[in-house]
Write a protein that binds this ligand. Structure first.
Ligand code: ARG
Length: 274
């Protein structure tokens, strides 16, 4: 009742993040460059009337600890699928993208408090969040995955009962696990990587987190595996304040980016199909 597609226990075998992203976005990867200029021109008239938190800018709240959607490079730059997508949307709206990096729970609040125009942070659409903020159309599918040490006796979501579960604070991973297994069973860390480090140190038995960052964390941390059975399936969308005047323009821009293949080419840039 609370969540759509909760505990769907879908077998993730063969369902890679790339495949999901492909399903979600459609379109071909090759048609980007030629169509950018003309579609930018189409949207410019609408942009003149847009009021944003800071004039002339599209302010995006995010939490850049979530590869490949948003991450911080060694040189301190923020990049990723959400960043490139937000840049493309801003361009279509005739605005300059301004990125505000903060904790994930703060990023959700930021739009609600009128401090940012959009939150783009691999944000899952949930009924609870829809009660306090608006969402654009979905731009990707997410999956809550379970990371365990190799050889763990946890082999399915049900095996999480009685275990300590690490999550990122404020995420659906935290919310689902505390609903299902109780608050005491779940530890909330500042970010996913810290949760994964706690797993490596034996402080938790499993980490529940979105599949795309899970794959990156596991690739960088030998000895960990992602279970084939997922915990939940979700939709990612752009969050805005309730009643935001930007919603139609953001959806129109997103629609164009889906249709002309830009979104797909951004996904392809950051997620290599296996
Ligand atoms: N999809 C999950 C949620 O919305 C986790 C998102 C975390 N994003 C981030 N940038 N740290 O709750």
């Amino acid at each position: 009742m609370k969540k759509i597609n909760r505990r769907s226990f879908l077998a993730a075998a063969g369902l890679t993040a790339a495949a999901l992203a492909l399903t979600a976005c459609g379109g071909s990867a090759s048609s980007t460059a030629s169509s950018t200029a003309s579609s930018a021109a189409v949207s410019t008239s609408a942009a003149a009337e847009l009021t944003t938190v800071e004039a002339g800018k599209l302010t995006m709240a995010t939490n850049a600890t979530f590869p490949p959607y948003e991450m911080t490079t060694d040189s301190g730059e923020i990049e990723g699928i959400d960043v490139d997508t937000a840049k493309a949307i801003a361009e279509k709206l005739g605005l300059e993208l301004q990125i505000d990096d903060m904790d994930f729970d703060a990023a959700l609040l930021s739009v609600q408090q009128g401090k940012a125009d959009i939150v783009m942070a691999g944000v899952t659409v949930t009924d609870e969040r829809k009660a306090v903020m608006d969402f654009s159309d979905s731009y990707a599918t997410g999956i809550q995955s379970i990371i365990v040490p190799e050889g763990s006796d946890i082999t399915s979501p049900d095996d999480l009962a009685g275990k300590k579960i690490g999550t990122q604070r404020g995420t659906t991973g935290y919310i689902y696990c505390s609903d299902d297994f109780g608050d005491d069973a779940v530890v909330a860390y500042d970010d996913g990587l810290t949760a994964v480090q706690a797993l490596k140190n034996g402080q938790v038995d499993a980490v529940v987190i979105d599949n795309a960052p899970a794959k990156e964390y596991v690739a960088a941390n030998p000895g960990l595996v992602i279970l084939d059975t997922s915990y939940a399936e979700e939709d990612y969308a752009i969050g805005m304040a309730k009643g935001s005047a930007l919603e139609d323009a953001v959806n129109a821009a997103l629609e164009e980016l889906k249709a002309d293949g830009t979104l797909q080419s951004i996904v392809d840039k950051y997620i290599t199909a296996e």
